[in-house]
Design a protein around this ligand. Structure first.
Ligand SMILES: Nc1ncnc2c1ncn2[C@@H]1O[C@H](COP(=O)(O)OP(=O)(O)OP(=O)(O)O)[C@@H](O)[C@H]1O
Length: 237
């Protein structure tokens, strides 16, 4: 595949004697929408943390845009175009919504760390009207939008969205989905980690399934979800 943006080769992670992730092979193409699913504790966040550089070490390797990521710190990976959101939004609580966006812009040394650039970013997630509010004044769905704005301020090529839908209403899930579709239409490759099955099946062109730290399926959503081993492990049937 010539347009592979991310290649995970034999990625594994142990915590003491416990193997949380083992032998993960995954290719993601530029512009793709991939759903990464699996039961609680199957290794999805561990995979994300390995990819984002949050752990000092892991087995295997990642290449991103054809370059190895090994040895790069999280912020260096971010500067190369790799971004993630966190399951629990992590705004800077003492900063306004607008300042929360200026931080990643300034951190990356962008000349565009201006209020205008930060506002444009907030507009893209329909949060500009709350620019001068504090994070504690935002609703859950607004906090998720702020988390997305923080992650996408640097216009990443690959975005990993870790459970952005948890606890949201049907209509709010649709709002976040619309934002993610728009980002993807603008060229951002997206890996969606999600338990809200309606959202992940609607969004994903392909599903990869982790069970107990191993990838057990990878393919078209309808085909993957029909596999007996996925039904058994993931849906608990
Ligand atoms: N820092 C850590 N130290 C020890 N064990 C850990 C650590 N992080 C994760 N684990 C364990 O690794 C396994 C995989 O966890 P992980 O958070 O990656 O699963 P997940 O698929 O993201 O789950 P969820 O859907 O609940 O978020 C779990 O058994 C978890 O307890």
């Amino acid at each position: 595949m010539s347009n592979v943006v991310l290649h995970a080769q034999g990625v594994g992670k142990r915590f003491g004697g416990f193997t949380a992730l083992s032998g993960i092979e995954l290719e993601v193409r530029a512009g793709e929408r991939l759903g990464l699913i699996g039961p609680n504790g199957s290794g999805k966040s561990t995979f994300t943390n390995c990819l984002a550089g949050a752990f000092a070490g892991h087995d295997g390797a990642f290449s991103f845009k054809g370059q190895p990521l090994q040895g790069l710190k999280p912020h260096e990976r971010a500067r190369r175009g790799l971004a993630r959101t966190f399951q629990l939004p992590r705004p800077f609580k003492g900063l306004s919504v607008l300042e929360n966006i200026r931080v990643p812009l300034a951190y990356a040394g962008r000349e565009t760390a201006s209020d205008e650039a930060a506002l444009a970013c907030l507009e893209s997630v329909e949060l500009a009207a709350k620019a001068h509010r504090m994070p504690k004044e935002l609703t859950q769905v607004e906090l998720r939008r702020l988390e997305l704005a923080r992650a996408t301020a640097l216009r990443p090529e690959l975005l990993i969205v870790d459970e952005a839908m948890a606890g949201l209403s049907h209509a709010e899930v649709d709002q976040i989905l619309a934002l993610l579709f728009r980002l993807n239409a603008g060229g951002t490759t997206i890996i969606m980690i999600e338990h809200v099955m309606r959202a992940v099946t609607e969004f994903s062109q392909r599903l990869a399934v982790l069970v107990a730290g191993r990838k057990v399926a990878d393919g078209l959503p309808a085909e993957v979800l029909a596999l007996p081993e996925v039904e058994e492990a993931y849906l608990g049937r």
